[in-house]
Design a binder for this molecule. Structure first.
Ligand SMILES: [Zn+2]
Length: 196
């Protein structure tokens, strides 16, 4: 899911003129610029020992992905993906416990742009029974080897280079997530009151 470039001004409805593609448009009637920006999505790697959590896409049987979605206004990316995690898997997590993993911007289709930010969290930070929710037909923890030996297919996560595939490297994704979780920076601590 992305958004198409705008043809008309969202403020007055006049036709827009492309000034500098693919981002900058101009509305003569408003005498102002209109910007075409990428849609943001966020995803989460939940790690449990040597396993990581995947959900089966309800749109495509046999195709699995990490829990992800598009944040809703006024959610932050971490708040949005915490909600998606609960909707897809039943697991609740405090958004402040999510640790940054990586981000990427991509043209996913012609003139359609997305950016994604991914987080990691340890299963011990989550609560609730694991069960597939409304946006998934199944949800379970897999070792990379179990998944590779299964009949199932992984929907690749966006990455900067199409020649590299997470499908071949769920073990890399798991191991790098565990490393990210060992970093000492915590989101909640950034905004802790500076009171002693
Ligand atoms: Zn206008």
């Amino acid at each position: 899911m992305g958004n198409y470039p705008p043809d008309y001004c969202p403020y007055c409805g006049s036709e827009l003129e492309l000034v500098e593609g693919p981002t900058v448009y101009r509305c003569d009637a408003c005498d102002d610029f209109v910007f075409h920006n990428a849609v943001l999505g966020s995803g989460i790697v939940v790690v449990d020992g040597d396993r990581l959590l995947l959900v089966e896409d309800f749109r495509e049987a046999g195709t699995w992905k990490i829990p992800e979605g598009v944040p809703e206004i006024p959610e932050s990316p971490r708040e949005g993906v915490a909600r998606e995690l609960e909707e897809e898997t039943g697991l609740s997590v405090d958004p402040d416990e999510l640790v940054y993993l990586y981000d990427v911007g991509k043209e996913v289709d012609e003139d359609m742009f997305r950016m994604h930010v991914y987080y990691a969290v340890d299963r011990s930070e989550t609560t609730g029974p694991l069960e597939a929710g409304s946006d998934a037909t199944d949800a379970r923890f897999w070792t990379p080897r179990e998944f590779a030996e299964s009949e199932h297919v992984l929907r690749d996560m966006p990455n900067p280079d199409e020649t590299r595939s997470w499908k071949m490297g769920l073990d890399v994704l798991r191991d790098q997530s565990k490393k990210a979780l060992r970093r000492e920076t915590r989101y909640a601590d950034l905004f802790a009151p500076h009171v002693k």
